[in-house]
Design a protein around this ligand. Structure first.
Ligand SMILES: Nc1ncnc2c1ncn2[C@@H]1O[C@H](COP(=O)(O)OP(=O)(O)OP(=O)(O)O)[C@@H](O)[C@H]1O
Length: 336
């Protein structure tokens, strides 16, 4: 018997690890664009899932943004059925009319469609094909825009969306491996034109930045960036847990915050408490910036009788004695 090509073995192992975290007899769906990453993921899942007693299907989303997208989706679905995946679904989505740029709108439509497909098929988990290279790109982009630790933590291995677990089994697998695995299995991946379109920052990082970095610093850079994300993710999760427990300690009976509990906390924990509480009292999460949290923090650590801190929502936070209290802000005032 011919030896299993190492990239195929590595991807199957990564999928096996992810599937063993799902309940026995569970249904999982692979989100597959037909690109090398998710095609290699789907092929590995088709092989591993039945051997672990899991049922594996595939969903391919047709964004309708490029000529031939319906044909691409149909070809992926045809292949999936021959690979033994079941159920197999092509899901068309409407991207136009959603908020944000075209990339963000397509992503939002895609995740919504994936979650709805999971609900339809009683699948608790959707597998995504993001690789170590995608993670390295994410970390670099986050670093460049000053995203802070939450951005530098990169994409999580697992996250929950509307009751569905989105899992990324290939975060430790290189993109070169998924291409090699497809070639070894005789699969021809679809080449997404967006991946090489220089109007996308991620495509420029992929084509211009990473080759320079690996050329100058060695091929280990990709692993190191992805490992950095993992380390920061673990630290961030620990600080988030401390923040949640400190918030529970600091919350007063009437929903305010007790300043004496906050004062001596490390800044990284205190700002998390303030951020979490601000959301609880109605501040709009997407508009809540580090400036707003800094204004709340000043009410605790740089108190000199200053006025209220205004948050998007609109919410006004006032310090009375040793307590922070929140109220709906009177309409008609523009906040700083
Ligand atoms: N049209 C789609 N239908 C279903 N899943 C998709 C689709 N597009 C992307 N995905 C999922 O999201 C993951 C990330 O996609 P993205 O386009 O950001 O990265 P990529 O590196 O180009 O991935 P791929 O090589 O698999 O297309 C994919 O691996 C796949 O799991």
């Amino acid at each position: 018997m011919a030896a299993l090509p190492p990239p195929v073995a590595a991807i199957r192992l990564a999928v096996r690890r992810a599937l063993t975290r799902t309940p026995e007899h569970a249904t999982v769906l692979v989100a597959c664009s037909g690109g090398a990453d998710s095609l290699a993921l789907a092929a590995a899942t088709a092989f591993v899932a039945p051997r672990l007693g899991r049922r594996a299907g595939l969903v391919t989303v047709d964004h309708g943004l490029q000529d031939g997208s319906a044909g691409r989706a149909a070809a992926v679905a045809d292949w999936a059925a021959t690979a033994g995946l079941d159920p197999v679904e092509v899901t068309p989505v409407l991207v136009a009319g959603r908020p944000g740029g075209p990339e963000a709108a397509a992503r939002e439509a895609r995740y919504q469609a994936l979650v709805e497909a999971a609900h339809r098929h009683a699948a608790g988990t959707v597998l995504l094909g993001h690789t170590r290279d995608d993670q390295a790109e994410t970390v670099l982009l986050a670093l460049a825009r000053g995203a802070g630790p939450r951005g530098l933590a990169g994409m999580p291995e697992e996250r929950e969306l509307a009751g569905v677990t989105l899992a990324r089994p290939l975060l430790d697998v290189g993109r070169d491996q998924t291409r090699k695995a497809c070639a070894a299995l005789g699969l021809t991946p679809w080449e997404d034109p967006h991946n090489v379109d220089p109007s996308y920052a991620r495509a420029r990082v992929r084509s211009d930045v990473l080759p320079v970095l690996t050329g100058a610093l060695g091929p280990g850079v990709l692993d190191n960036l992805a490992r950095t994300a993992k380390l920061i993710a673990a630290d961030t999760a620990a600080l988030d847990a401390l923040g949640r427990s400190a918030l529970a300690d600091a919350r007063t009976a009437d929903g305010g915050l007790a300043v004496p509990v906050l004062r001596d906390l490390p800044a990284a924990v205190r700002t998390r408490v303030l951020h979490g509480w601000a959301r609880e009292v109605g501040a709009t999460p997407a508009a809540l910036s580090h400036r707003h949290v800094a204004a709340l923090d000043a009410l605790v650590t740089a108190w000199h009788g200053q006025g209220a801190a205004d948050l998007p929502g609109p919410v006004r936070v006032t310090r009375r004695g040793d307590t922070l209290t929140a109220a709906r802000r009177p309409p008609g005032r523009v906040h700083a």
